[in-house]
Design a protein around this ligand. Structure first.
Ligand code: CP3
Length: 347
């Protein structure tokens, strides 16, 4: 096959593309009726993640509808704890749950072929590369060690990840052991995704924003830097986006210290600061997902402000966090047209 330059890869290499390429975090999901239908067919959420035929289908659904510039592998960041036998469950209406891990459990974790468990996900990546239009980039992903650890320690989602923060103050050495362990296995997982055909990978640190300055260094930056170092030592061409949600001023040195090609920005990052960050390299973001729910002027004004501030440098247009189930698919269509400068949106 002739090597194809995919727009998002070009931006990750530092190029400015007008209009900017776009995809949306959580673009395959409950706001789409076709997702809900496939989800019902699968039964459990993890069954959906581990059945390549269905995972390929839901990954392609938003591409068919909107022609985004990238497809993101359909899976979840919590397949890593699942591979580590933490008894992960997704009960509808309750969010993810697993057995909470303690210090002894952390020290007993073993990476002996845990990734074999994830071979169906790798198979999904392989099939996707065959089925996607050649111009569409394929993104792999995993959770950052800190974010995955917060769920492993609490055993479920919490509003502020207090259990993991508390664990860090009481037994920092064991938390750092867990983060280093997760960095190794996650790097191995990303390499497998790249080898199976992912053009780039995104590391989701959705809970970076609950960390103090010193903890951000040790729990968010260090493990992600280690992951990227491992990936690059084996796949020097790997393209990596790092998204540390809520990190605010801590983003200032995040790209340089982690070695990521691009940094993801949530909607609370002021555009004036985003412009400064973009001088150092590509950025991705950062529309508030609630603007997509609201539609109308809230949507168009938000899009225009981002394009005006960041459209003259390397930008991947995206939301500042995942799209929510309440979003109207029509508003997403309007967003795509607006970013591509194709038509006006009426309120
Ligand atoms: O972006 C995509 O379209 C790809 C698929 C994807 C999912 N989760 C599917 C999913 C990705 C990239 C994720 C990442 C993820 N998962 C993160 C990081 C990004 C973020 O949103 O902060 C986190 C923290 C998780 C953990 C997780 N998975 C939670 C907290 C939940 C429950 C909340 C919810 O939205 O229901 C999930 C479930 C989940 N992962 C769903 C989807 C489509 C909904 C489950 C369902 O269909 O029943």
């Amino acid at each position: 096959m002739v090597a194809m330059r995919r727009k998002i890869v070009e931006v990750l290499e530092g190029k400015t593309i007008t209009p900017p390429p776009l995809w949306l975090m959580r673009q395959a999901g409950r706001y789409l009726p076709e997702y809900r239908a496939t989800r019902a067919e699968a039964g459990g959420f993890l069954d959906l993640c581990y059945r390549p035929d269905l995972a390929v289908e839901v990954t392609l659904q938003p591409i068919r509808r909107y022609g985004f510039d990238a497809a993101i592998l359909f899976s979840d960041i919590l397949v890593i704890p699942d591979a580590l036998k933490r008894n992960v469950r997704f009960t509808p209406g309750e969010g993810p749950q697993m057995d909470p891990i303690d210090a002894a459990g952390i020290r007993a974790l073993k990476n002996d072929g845990a990734l074999k468990h994830l071979s169906p996900v790798i198979e999904t990546v392989r099939r996707l590369r065959d089925e996607l239009p050649p111009e569409t980039a394929l993104l792999g992903f995993c959770g950052a060690p800190w974010t995955v650890a917060t769920y492993m320690i609490a055993g479920h989602g919490t509003p502020d990840q207090a259990p993991a923060r508390l664990f860090g103050y009481r037994d920092r050495a064991t938390l750092e052991y867990l983060l280093a362990f997760l960095a190794e296995i996650s790097a191995e997982y990303l390499i497998a995704q790249i080898d199976a055909g992912a053009d780039a990978v995104q590391i989701f640190d959705s809970w970076a924003g609950v960390l103090g300055e010193e903890e951000f260094e040790d729990f968010a930056i260090k493990p992600v830097a280690r992951m990227i170092e491992i990936v690059r030592s084996q796949r020097p061409q790997a393209r990596i986006i790092a998204f540390a949600k809520g990190a605010g001023m801590n983003l200032r040195h995040y790209r340089q210290k982690t070695g990521a090609d691009a940094i993801g920005l949530d909607w609370s990052v002021p555009l004036s600061f985003a412009v400064e960050l973009q001088k150092e390299g590509p950025v991705q973001g950062n529309l508030d997902p609630m603007r997509v729910v609201a539609g109308g002027r809230a949507l168009t004004d938000g899009i225009d402000a981002i394009l005006q501030a960041l459209g003259h440098g390397p930008l991947i247009f995206n939301l500042g966090h995942g799209i929510t189930p309440e979003a109207d698919p029509e508003n997403v269509a309007a967003l795509v047209r607006r970013v591509r400068g194709q038509a006006d949106v009426t309120a």
